[in-house]
Design a protein around this ligand. Structure first.
Ligand code: DGY
Length: 429
């Protein structure tokens, strides 16, 4: 069984290889996706380290002049996907790309690769360092608007948690552009529509893209005047963790000159985390920046405070209570949305399913912060759900059924790097 699953995982990554980069899955997502590629590199590194570094190098090849690394890199158009490059109408380093970013896990993945490598591979981290630093800086400058101490987003796709009910406040507050040209969704031709976002949500997603395009992807205009602006604990915690990991890499590389800047980001990130604390439910929650309103559900992003190493003892205890309460209601934890909250749907994308990359980060944080039982439970839950259903994009946390994309690259990668039998468990710090 182990041997077969290891072989299947490697075969998926090889099948999804498009020559130096790996697509998440054929047809549904036929390009290079930013955070997918980073997690994919973890898996590839278990059998081909050269190819793992190449995955990350191809990601940073598409870095925009301002430092942003886009969420999708369209090296070649593909009629199977909407919205493709003709809708985004922008590029990064001359390569067609989307105009928004994605959770900046890159520095953390680079640190992991270095820690598991022969010393000679530190040079590979050295060649990625400048790009990674510039991308971390981009988040600090372009996604922390005046008056908001936390990392924000202008599009749910940037957070990676597309249709999580967390975004409902901002989505309800905006209108669909009356001049939105008609379009044809492709995702619902490749996946069960009942597991994908609604048409109403898509109209708003595309309205946000149109706004960016109409304003030449000027990020300041999009943040200050765009249709949507919400602060996300997911982006914030992942960015803060990446700042800490980048600092460690800088020390290894002897880049002392950048330490004061990175330290200032870490300090701001720790202080900014308070912005997300919602007393009403005693958890870190998404917030609409313009109205200050909190989302009121516990998501898998709320659980990332351990990964970022933030919060008072009381805040950590409350977060743990939520995680343990939710674990009693699911067979395979941690779901993307609280099963007791409104709008929970166990198979609809980010309204409930379990996501392997989120659980990897949550588990890593829990292990490091001295909660090994829960950390290991998450790892074994992912192992069991993959054994039950295979390498799906995400999983129903109650039944374990696989949802949406099949032969999914990051699920295969995290099996090899973390959840599978031969994979190394995360060690507590
Ligand atoms: C999609 O196409 O559903 C993606 O999540 C956008 O990044």
């Amino acid at each position: 069984m182990t041997e077969t699953l290891n072989q299947q995982a490697m075969a998926i990554l090889q099948k999804n290889d498009r020559g130096g980069f790996t697509i998440p899955t054929a047809r549904l997502y036929p390009f290079q996706w930013n955070w997918d590629s980073a997690f994919i590199a973890l898996g590839i590194a278990t059998y081909d380290r050269e190819r793992a570094w190449q995955e990350l190098e191809m990601l940073t090849d598409a870095q925009a002049d301002d430092g942003m690394i886009p969420h999708i890199i369209f090296r070649k158009d593909d009629a199977d996907y909407f919205p493709g490059p003709s809708i985004w109408q922008t590029e990064a380093a001359g390569i067609p790309a989307s105009g928004i970013s994605q959770p900046p896990v890159l520095a953390s993945i680079v640190r992991h690769l270095v820690e598991t490598a022969p010393a000679s591979e530190l040079a590979r981290a050295g060649s990625l360092f400048e790009s990674t630093l510039r991308w971390q800086r981009w988040y600090f400058h372009y996604r922390r608007p005046e008056g908001c101490p936390a990392i924000c987003t202008v599009h749910p796709w940037e957070t990676g948690r597309d249709n999580c009910p967390d975004w409902d406040i901002g989505m309800r507050a905006m209108a669909v552009d009356p001049d939105l040209p008609s379009y044809k969704r492709k995702d619902i031709e490749h996946a069960d529509p009942s597991q994908r976002p609604s048409h109403e949500e898509y109209d708003k997603y595309i309205t946000m893209v149109k706004f960016g395009r109409d304003h030449n992807w000027d990020q300041s205009v999009i943040v200050n005047n765009g249709p949507f602006l919400m602060a996300d604990p997911g982006l914030h915690f992942i960015w803060l963790r990446a700042c800490r990991d980048l600092r460690e890499i800088a020390v290894w590389l002897g880049k002392d000159d950048v330490l004061p800047e990175i330290d200032s980001w870490i300090e701001a990130g720790i202080a900014g985390a308070e912005y997300f604390w919602n007393d009403a439910i005693q958890a870190y929650c998404v917030r609409d920046v313009r109205s200050g309103t909190f989302s009121d559900g516990f998501s898998n992003a709320s659980a990332l405070c351990f990964y970022a190493d933030v919060g008072s003892q009381a805040q950590r205890d409350h977060t743990l209570e939520h995680i343990r309460r939710i674990a009693k209601q699911t067979k395979f934890g941690q779901p993307s949305w609280d099963p007791e909250a409104a709008r929970f749907e166990s198979q609809r994308y980010w309204c409930g399913p379990l996501w392997c990359q989120m659980n990897y980060m949550i588990s890593k944080g829990l292990a490091e912060q001295g909660i090994p039982d829960l950390a290991e439970k998450m790892r074994l839950d992912l192992r069991h759900v993959i054994e039950l259903s295979g390498f799906y994009e995400c999983f129903d946390p109650i039944s374990g059924a696989g949802c949406i994309g099949q032969d999914f690259s990051w699920t295969a990668a995290l099996w090899l790097a973390w959840a599978g039998y031969d994979a190394p468990a995360i060690q507590a710090a």
